[in-house]
Design a protein around this ligand. Structure first.
Ligand SMILES: [Zn+2]
Length: 297
């Protein structure tokens, strides 16, 4: 058979106009109903920058956000240990610039989870009881950690294991980068597989940065312990000592390294450091972000 095309004027609505209108109203109502159900979850995502990656690398930045959460008062922190609401200036921008540079270098993007909400409303690097106060803030916190958990899960499924870098800023030493791993706990898998060189050797992230003139603490001799910045909720929760298969390192960058004028350079050097580490330890056979494969027989 062949289709016969009716001229437009021959088309008749299948139902009368009233039915058509009712049907339309029903569809519109159903749409808005489902929208409102999903709305609180969507609101939480509005203040996040999220990339689904195609590399076994997650970059997170919980403290660089600049946006207020509408209708929520600032946290007061009563009874919260180590309470601070201070922003880690330019770490959101740095994490994003770093992700872009990594994608350029490796031809594949990392996973990226950036909080755009101000720390004074939600601290995404604290356990839930210390992270927020207003009930409406929960969804922002939950969405941040859902994204992080999903990224870790995706990496385990596709690559088996991976790396998480949690990007922060410190105001104590302007040109120093502190490493935080709970003195090795959150990178225990990496250490087991490759020894100390994966954390402090010339092809480690911090080792390469030191070779470029960055001051790194604890120093790379391996004798100093982490005392000042030892990691946080993120590295403690998602690190490989928890059986996550994700080695987690907190990086605390000094204020000069995060100054606007230096962001591109810092992001570029970090990207190069991560690329060297990735090719040496993470994906020895890196081809467009594909999982590491043994060579064909
Ligand atoms: Zn921080």
């Amino acid at each position: 058979m062949s289709w016969r095309y009716l001229p437009v004027s021959d088309w008749k609505p299948r139902f009368g106009r009233i039915y058509l209108l009712r049907g339309l109203l029903f569809i519109v109502a159903a749409f808005f109903h489902s929208q409102s159900a999903a709305q609180s979850s969507l609101d939480g995502n509005k203040l996040l920058t999220l990339w689904a990656g195609s590399l076994p690398i997650i970059l997170t930045a919980p403290h660089g956000g600049r946006e207020a959460i509408p209708g929520i008062p600032a946290r007061r922190g009563i009874g919260v240990a180590q309470f601070t609401a201070e922003r880690d200036s330019n770490t959101a921008e740095l994490a994003e610039a770093l992700a872009v540079k990594l994608r350029q270098r490796l031809g594949a993007a990392p996973f990226l989870v950036i909080a755009r909400f101000e720390r004074k409303f939600v601290d995404a690097n604290r356990e839930p009881g210390s992270a927020y106060e207003a009930a409406q803030a929960k969804t922002y916190y939950d969405n941040y950690h859902r994204a992080l958990g999903d990224a870790a899960q995706a990496i385990r499924q596709k690559w088996g294991s991976g790396l998480l870098l949690d990007i922060h800023g410190q105001g104590e030493q302007a040109v120093t980068i502190y490493r935080g791993t709970d003195n090795g706990k959150s990178v225990s898998q990496l250490h087991q597989q490759f020894g100390a060189s994966a954390l402090t050797g010339p092809k480690s992230i911090l080792g390469y940065l030191a070779s470029r003139g960055y001051k790194v603490l604890p120093d790379l001799g391996g004798k100093e312990r982490e005392t000042r910045y030892t990691g946080g909720y993120t590295t403690r929760t998602y690190g490989s000592h928890q059986g996550t298969k994700i080695d987690a390192i907190q990086l605390e960058l000094g204020s000069d390294l995060r100054a606007k004028a230096n962001l591109e350079r810092t992001a570029g050097d970090l990207a190069q450091a991560i690329e060297i580490f990735t090719r040496e330890f993470l994906l020895r056979d890196l081809s467009a972000g594909a999982p590491g494969q043994s060579p064909a027989p």
